[in-house]
Design a protein around this ligand. Structure first.
Ligand code: G6Q
Length: 547
């Protein structure tokens, strides 16, 4: 395929971006009384409003033309039917099969993958229910009360985020903890607050070779053996594994009957839907875990079947491309006005930036356009009291996703109304800004001297014209969370498909894994290290002298 910047639809969008820059989002509302209806979509219990973006009907038409020129429809189908679209690793990308609760066959290399997926779900259910019922106990016969997931990256961020998000569904007396960092502080502080007799460790690692995870797992094992175990075999009651690597799991000392498998066609950052979600299932129960899969499946069906103009992930992706490639925005904020989603920005950072942080296209050429923006954010209203200053008055314009529930799990007093009034106010203020005359009027009311007023005035002006998407969902249920996460996954997919990059490999992450292993032996002993550049040598040698 030719570079996308050479496509006619790309060139037309470039021309169109110059026209759009002559107007403001607020003016677009003045000229179109139906703008909200035109640029919003209802799907189940969710409303997606994208009208506060610098777009017109023409923008959307041109973006759809780009999607068609990039063969988006065929690429979407190609993922769902198990083509090996992760071409650098020669793997299919079938996380959608993991939540294919409709049960239709999904073939990969001519074989239906659904029976093995269902078998693992049954294995998980059996295990989760035996822990909840107390049939499964620790080695001293006590019921499990704490679950510690040891994993990193894709084997941590998804389950950790979902366990926070679905806290209201934790009805089984299980508290979940997450250890990811190799920094000994992480495991030390966690081990301080758990009782070995009632703790289950889940070693979550697709490869079962990741240095951080295996080091943390060994430390946890030694701690457990020292604290309570009478025999090595007691480990079987306190350690289970989620992995694709049975050999390494056995070598670690985990009974293969307590291993839950997944497959190489599940990418790490897309693995939350597999047995990697075990900590989630233990915390909220298997029915709720499956409800989450079902919610994601509903979004998959929407994504696969709806025409582009009604397709939420496609529109989100195209808007992102509009901002990144045509309006020059290089970051994107995600602000959930939902405390339960405070870890969502962290999770989306990996999903988006690890997937689309690429600079070489499918033909091996360096791309001549930007790819993934920097994704960041935090929960509102907290974020309003920190970085919102930059979003309102800084020199960069940052497109934002605002998310909120219409019904709170904790509807006490005026809290939810106040939360939502902030949510509505921020999207409006970012778009409308405050003109010089409005700011002047406000200052005049304060009875300032003319000199004071002139000094303050420029600081009180808000340029506005700052775009946002608004998502309002009824309640953060397991199904709704599943749908939201699948929606973001597909947004990322569409952007990667249009940019013609491989969203499913991560050679940059692999590099980190190799480099640390090379330096580790050099940290032994006292000899001066001279094998690197002078800065790296200097830093290593300073550490060796001062440890
Ligand atoms: C995700 C990445 C990466 C991976 C971790 C952990 O897509 O590949 O974040 O999940 O490096 O890998 P393991 O699960 O193999 O330990």
């Amino acid at each position: 395929m030719k570079q996308i910047t050479k496509l006619l639809s790309w060139k037309k969008l470039k021309e169109h971006s110059a026209d759009i820059s002559k107007t403001t989002i607020a003016e677009l509302f003045v000229h179109d009384s139906k703008r909200f209806e035109r640029f919003s979509i209802h799907l189940g219990d969710m409303l997606f409003d994208y009208s506060k973006n610098p777009i017109t009907k023409d923008t959307i038409r041109l973006l759809h033309n780009l999607a068609e020129d990039c063969d988006l429809m065929r690429k979407i189908e190609s993922m769902f039917i198990g083509d090996k679209i992760n071409f650098t690793e020669k793997r299919a990308v079938l996380h959608t099969a993991l939540r294919n609760t409709k049960g239709k066959p999904v073939k990969m290399d001519g074989r239906d993958v659904m029976p093995q997926i269902r078998a693992v779900l049954t294995h998980m259910r059996h295990f989760v229910e035996s822990v909840h019922s107390g049939e499964w106990t620790g080695c001293s016969g006590k019921k499990i009360t704490d679950v510690v997931n040891i994993g990193i990256g894709g084997s941590d961020l998804g389950p950790a985020m979902v366990c926070s998000a679905l806290e209201p569904y934790s009805n089984f007396g299980i508290k979940t903890h997450f250890i990811s960092n190799i920094d000994g502080t992480h495991i030390t502080e966690t081990l301080k607050i758990i009782n070995p007799e009632t703790t289950l460790f889940i070693i979550s690692s697709k490869t079962f070779t990741t240095q951080e995870t295996i080091t943390n797992a060994n430390t946890a094992k030694q701690w457990f053996l020292k604290k309570i175990a009478k025999h090595e075999k007691d480990i079987a009651k306190h350690f289970i594994a989620i992995s694709t690597n049975e050999k390494a799991v056995k070598k670690f000392g985990i009974d293969p009957r307590n291993m839950f498998v997944f497959w190489d066609w599940v990418g790490g950052r897309y693995s939350l839907w597999s047995a990697i979600g075990m900590s989630v299932a233990l915390q909220i129960g298997m029915d709720n875990f499956e409800a989450m899969l079902h919610g994601a499946c509903e979004m998959d069906t929407h994504f696969r079947n709806e025409p582009f103009e009604k397709n939420i992930p496609v529109i989100m992706a195209l808007l992102g491309i509009w901002h990144t490639n045509f309006l020059g925005k290089c970051s994107h904020a995600v602000i959930p006005y939902d405390q339960y989603l405070f870890k969502l920005p962290d999770y989306l950072q990996q999903l988006d930036m690890e997937s689309n942080g690429k600079r070489v296209n499918a033909d091996g050429e360096q791309v001549s356009h930007s790819t993934s923006p920097v994704i960041w954010g935090n929960a509102g209203t907290n974020a309003q009291h920190s970085f919102f200053q930059l979003m309102h008055q800084g020199t960069q314009v940052i497109p934002v996703d605002f998310l909120a529930a219409t019904q709170s799990h904790n509807d006490i007093g005026e809290h939810h109304k106040i939360l939502l009034s902030n949510y509505f106010a921020q999207t409006e203020a970012l778009m409308m800004g405050k003109s010089e005359s409005e700011a002047r009027e406000e200052l005049e009311e304060q009875g300032l001297s003319a000199e004071e007023l002139d000094t303050l005035l420029p600081h009180k002006v808000f340029p506005g014209n700052r775009p946002s998407n608004s998502f309002l969902y009824k309640k953060l249920t397991p199904a709704m969370l599943g749908a939201i996460l699948a929606m973001y996954e597909h947004k990322v997919f569409v952007q990667g498909a249009i940019w013609n990059i491989n969203s499913f490999d991560q050679w940059g992450v692999e590099l980190g894994k190799q480099l640390a292993k090379q330096i580790l032996p050099e940290l032994e002993g006292k000899s001066t290290v001279t094998t690197h550049d002078s800065s790296t040598n200097g830093l290593i040698n300073y550490y060796k002298k001062n440890r």
